[in-house]
Design a binder for this molecule. Structure first.
Ligand SMILES: *Cc1c(COP(=O)(O)O)cnc(C)c1O
Ligand code: SF4
Length: 452
């Protein structure tokens, strides 16, 4: 594959990248979704549904991007961003772009922007310090019982928000047999590792036989119970989920597949079909989204995404705070946004559809779940909890008979009253639930003279 190269068709030349604030204030002019003659020709090609053809026909350079989207406004620095971080977009994913500017979520995730050159000092190439936790090159052993294998550096598309921008796509290569042997030896000598995550890059960009060899090698270690595969091809190259691939995965059960939908626009008949094939074959699926400013940092949008995922039998697993990786500052949201989204989801949405919001900690600290505050106050005898409606409820601890600090006198109970048993709840009156209860109570109250 040709590496994306810097070209001279760039609007700007060598000026310093402007500040992020200045860049964001400048905004992007909305370009009309352009008809793409090139894309129309490709879509009519009888090979459109052949994943290898899609890989061969990826957009790999700024001139190719222009060829696909002649009306694309080349923002200053686009070529420099594309030279710094590899560019690849499958024709399939390019066809999901609805508007040629950063307000289109698919566009934002696929097309380089000058913002990627903004380089504040707290952003680094390897924020999770994965390179420090590799006992064998390519194998990240961070948690006691599981390890992550970077099996390839190739992806179908290079997401502009990728956390492994340091690795993904700079050289498109996959793990050698010699390395794989070292990995297997390490796993065999660490029987506490029972869960191996095959990641990358994107493992489904490898030929089925190559992936089969890797999975067979992992399966040769008796202490490996489950294998997980992290792939975004479901979203960027759904035709990759062929009958042959599914049959191969079935041989290595239990295999879990985690994918990476970030926006409802990525759910298409093709990606839904890819999920259907895997789940029908008995491969449980999860989804890991990244919270991205201007793409999906909206509670209702995440709600819609999660509802559609569970309908496809894909369990929302993680919602990630964006990592502190170089080139993604423009995508970062305040941590508070994620907490607010979780507050919005809980209670409104089936628990099955609610992901965990996690921060993958700097310095290799691993994933830390972050939740709204549900534990409001604790005493030795009672814990005061808050529900999604804002109801405060007192949960008596075991053998909480003891203390009674002060009897509740008059007026509305306080949180303090809940901590020592003087009141059991503080209930907002006009929640939907209270209204339903009141309506039911009114129905059930037997009319006078009609007692049974
Ligand atoms: C995310 C990750 C895992 C898996 O973590 P889970 O919370 O079990 O999904 C394992 N190893 C590394 C290095 C990871 O980054
Ligand atoms: S598919 Fe995954 S590894 Fe590849 S660029 Fe996207 S986020 Fe990064």
């Amino acid at each position: 594959m040709p590496k994306p190269s810097a070209t001279t068709d760039d609007v700007s030349t060598a000026e310093e990248p402007p500040s992020l604030a200045a860049m964001l204030d400048a905004g992007d002019a909305t370009a009309a979704p352009s008809a793409s003659p090139k894309l129309s020709v490709l879509m009519d090609d009888r090979n459109w549904s052949d994943w290898r053809w899609q890989m061969r026909n990826r957009i790999r350079s700024v001139p190719q991007l222009r060829e696909f989207f002649p009306s694309l406004k080349l923002s200053p620095g686009l070529s420099r961003a594309a030279a710094k971080f590899p560019l690849a977009v499958t024709p399939y994913y390019a066809a999901q772009i609805r508007a040629l500017d950063a307000r289109d979520p698919v566009f934002s995730m696929a097309v380089p922007q000058i913002h990627e050159l903004f380089d504040p000092p707290f952003l680094v190439d390897d924020p999770l310090e994965e390179d420090h936790d590799m006992p064998v090159p390519g194998l990240v052993h961070r948690y006691p019982d599981r390890a992550l294998l970077i099996a390839t550096t190739t992806c179908a598309m290079y997401c502009r928000h990728c956390t492994r921008k340091r690795a993904a796509g700079h050289r498109e290569s996959c793990i050698t047999d010699a390395r794989l042997k070292q990995v297997v030896a390490y796993l065999a000598s660490h029987p506490e590792i029972s869960d191996v995550i095959v990641s990358g890059g994107d493992p489904f960009t490898m030929a089925t036989e190559v992936l089969d060899r890797i999975l067979t090698a992992l399966r040769s270690v008796p202490s490996v119970d489950i294998i997980r595969i992290g792939t975004r091809t479901i979203v960027t190259l759904p035709m990759r989920i062929t009958g042959e691939l599914v049959a191969m995965l079935k041989k290595h059960q239990p295999v879990y597949v985690n994918t990476h939908f970030n926006h409802p626009n990525e759910i298409t008949p093709e990606s839904a079909e890819a999920c259907r094939r895997l789940v029908d074959a008995g491969v449980p699926m999860g989804n890991q989204s990244v919270l991205l400013r201007g793409v999906n940092d909206d509670p209702r949008l995440i709600e819609t995404l999660c509802r559609r995922l569970v309908k496809m039998r894909v369990r929302p697993y993680y919602l990630f705070q964006c990592d502190l990786v170089r080139g993604v500052e423009h995508f970062r949201t305040p941590l508070a946004r994620g907490i607010q989204i979780m507050e919005y989801l809980r209670g409104r949405l089936s628990g099955l559809a609610i992901p965990s919001f996690v921060v993958d900690a700097p310095h290799g600290g691993g994933k830390i779940p972050v939740l709204p505050a549900y534990v409001i106050m604790q005493s030795p005898t009672h814990t005061v909890l808050r529900n999604f409606e804002g109801m405060l409820v007192s949960y008596p601890e075991p053998s909480s008979g003891g203390r009674n600090e002060a009897p509740h006198v008059a007026g509305a109970p306080t949180v303090f009253d809940l901590t020592h048993g003087a009141a059991t709840k503080i209930q907002p009156a006009d929640t939907a639930r209270q209204k339903r209860r009141a309506a039911r109570a009114a129905c059930e109250a037997p009319p006078a003279g009609m007692e049974e």
